[in-house]
Design a protein around this ligand. Structure first.
Ligand SMILES: [Zn+2]
Length: 247
């Protein structure tokens, strides 16, 4: 990890730009898929449906309709089908570059390009964002925090107490590092606070990428949440509950 990278992470942790006091009286969860590979919907969607859960799919326009590195990505029909099933489409930049590496005008232009490409395919506005690679800087947080209702990072933990809406915490659901006890711990913490626990992953497959999960991993997480009596709802609805006390 380079010095600039470490300095960015250090500063970003200490310069939250969009704080909200958590209003939850009962815990809530969100499952999120980044980029996103087609299997997040074709394999993940039926699993979510069995658990009465709805998710947020953060779409990067560059991936629409393509295959890359052995993964098939979503297409327009996938976006429409998942939105019709009550899931949320979130923004994940167009070009999927690390936000801190882009100039402010380039970062804004990229976000606008993503909205312009995907908006004609959607009835809903993309009001929530996830940082590509989870990479943030104080500048990127200020820009994305202002542009979107929330911006999700990859700092682990549960959103409770003072929530940083410009860098929501999220727990990995990744094949490369699968520790069920960490899932259990995050669910228990969300139940105790009460807080908002967010999980992030990519593809859902019996042979997933290192950043994806198996169907069993997704099932495990959803079962833990159900057992704890925690609703799994899209970021948009969870944010409304957490920030405005709605629902
Ligand atoms: Zn991504």
């Amino acid at each position: 990890m380079g010095l600039m990278h470490r300095a960015n992470n250090f500063l970003t942790r200490r310069l939250p730009v969009k704080l909200a006091r958590c209003q939850l009286t009962r815990p809530v969860a969100s499952i999120t898929f980044d980029d996103f590979p087609k299997s997040a919907w074709t394999v993940g969607g039926p699993i979510l449906a069995r658990h009465n859960a709805r998710a947020t799919y953060y779409a990067a326009g560059r991936f629409c309709g393509i295959a890359e590195d052995g993964l098939d990505y979503y297409d327009a029909a996938d976006l429409q089908a998942l939105a019709a099933a009550g899931h949320e489409v979130g923004a994940h930049s167009f070009a999927h570059q690390m936000a801190p590496t882009l100039s402010s005008p380039a970062l804004a232009a990229d976000a606008e390009r993503n909205a312009a490409v995907l908006a004609p395919l959607l009835d809903q506005r993309m009001s929530n964002y996830a940082y590509p690679y989870g990479e943030v800087s104080p500048r990127a947080k200020a820009a994305m925090g202002a542009r979107f209702a929330t911006a999700r990072g990859i700092r682990p933990g549960v959103n409770a107490g003072k929530i940083d809406l410009a860098q929501l915490r999220a727990m990995p659901l990744e094949h490369r590092r699968w520790v069920p006890a960490e899932i259990d711990g995050a669910v228990a913490r969300a139940a105790a606070e009460p807080g908002w626990v967010i999980f992030f992953t990519h593809d859902v497959s019996e042979s997933p990428s290192p950043f994806g999960c198996t169907p069993a991993m997704l099932e495990y997480t959803l079962e833990r949440l159900s057992s704890a009596g925690i609703d799994t709802i899209p970021v948009r609805q969870a944010m409304a509950r957490a920030v405005f006390g709605e629902g």
